[in-house]
Design a protein around this ligand. Structure first.
Ligand SMILES: Nc1nc2c(ncn2[C@@H]2O[C@H](COP(=O)(O)OP(=O)(O)OP(=O)(O)O)[C@@H](O)[C@H]2O)c(=O)[nH]1
Ligand SMILES: [Zn+2]
Length: 343
């Protein structure tokens, strides 16, 4: 970055408050983590920050009167931006996106803080957006009925890690466990606790843990994920009785074509807390985890340049990935990989 661009950046940063600057640099760090350099020389954090600011300005100052808003629902050709229906205009928007709109047409997508996505089956290098700008993904499991399985947690964690959002774990239906059984069930989660993922023990039935959950989601854009029947709707209902009715309406509305436009996939709780609920989020982590998908979720393994093309990175002597654990590859990421392989 030369001194002129440094001055431009300093000027732009001086017009922002401390919070805005922190958010911007966090966002830039995520961009840096998920983009590979084209010429072998990665962009510096400052260069990425400037790029994000310029991208935002270019979109907002495009021709004609432009407003910005949040995408609350996405259809095939249109989306809803706050309460207005707009043409997608060729943009691949996701629920949660901030977009610029002019004449009821999306003009551009503002830089995303986070992006939950899945690999495009037709193109291994492309991704299909599921939801944007989510701050926190709450993984819900139940202590019993259905019993606690950790594999699904790992499936969600790799997707959340890639998105840049925070993860938290809620163990629901604690009321179904005898006090003596608690310790044994919860020992299954020690690996997650050790890496600092917040864990809330809860019961939508007895309301244990509900105030801790409310505190956790407060002011954030969240998604609740988990197997069917673990109690996601019941927990949302415990947080806000009006909300569960809305989410119920959305799930019954799937596949009803254009009528679904009257609904929103983004629901507001008290204190600016918002919950995204879409078919894409509901199907996250379900289905077979293919070898290609596993590879897509661990891009840092590629950088370790294991010299064996068909290596499982588990027991092979001389494996480059194993040699990088604790250096280029975080040990907890490698543990997640091993758990996913062994199930
Ligand atoms: N004992 C007990 N039952 C619960 C609790 N939370 C939910 N349930 C019951 O578990 C069942 C499933 O709850 P839901 O809230 O519909 O689960 P869900 O995760 O939203 O399920 P899907 O909508 O299918 O994804 C219902 O019969 C609830 O009454 C709890 O804390 N304790
Ligand atoms: Zn290897």
């Amino acid at each position: 970055m030369n001194s002129k661009t440094q001055r431009i950046l300093a000027q732009k940063l001086s017009e922002m408050d401390g919070n805005e600057r922190r958010t911007l640099y966090k966002q830039a760090a995520k961009v840096k983590k998920h983009t590979r350099s084209k010429n072998g020389k990665p962009d510096s954090l400052d260069e990425i920050v400037l790029g994000l600011l310029e991208q935002e300005e270019a979109i907002v100052s495009s021709d004609g009167p432009t407003s910005t808003g949040t995408v609350v629902w996405v259809g095939r050709k249109t989306c809803r931006v706050d309460s207005d229906e707009c043409a997608l205009n060729g943009h691949r928007v996701a629920v949660g996106d901030s977009v610029a709109v002019a004449e009821d047409r999306v003009q551009g997508i503002l830089p995303r803080k986070t992006l939950l996505s899945r690999p495009d089956p037709g193109n291994p290098n492309a991704e299909l957006p599921i939801a944007a700008n989510i701050d926190l993904v709450v993984i819900v499991v139940s202590a019993m009925s259905p019993p606690l399985h950790v594999r699904i947690i790992d499936r969600y964690l790799i997707a959340i890690e890639r998105s840049g959002a925070q993860a938290a774990l809620v163990v629901n239906k604690l009321d179904l466990l005898e006090a003596a059984e608690r310790a044994e069930e919860l020992s299954k989660l020690s690996a997650y606790r050790d890496v600092g993922i917040p864990i809330i023990l809860a019961s939508a039935e007895s309301r244990e843990g509900i105030s801790a959950l409310r505190e956790l989601v407060c002011g954030k854009l969240c998604a609740f994920v988990g197997h069917s029947g673990v109690g996601k709707s019941s927990l949302l209902n415990a947080l806000d009785p009006g909300l569960a009715e809305l989410t119920g309406a959305v799930s019954e509305g799937y596949g009803r074509g254009r009528h679904t436009t009257t609904w929103s996939s983004l629901h507001e709780l008290e204190a600016g807390t918002r919950i995204i609920d879409t078919p894409g989020i509901r199907s996250l982590g379900l289905g077979e985890l293919t070898a290609q998908e596993l590879k897509w979720h661990f891009p840092e393994f590629d950088e370790a340049r294991c010299k064996f093309s068909d290596c499982t990175h588990t027991h092979e002597p001389g494996c480059g990935v194993k040699a990088s654990v604790g250096r280029r590859i975080r040990p907890d990421r490698y543990d997640t990989y091993l758990r996913l392989l062994s199930c």
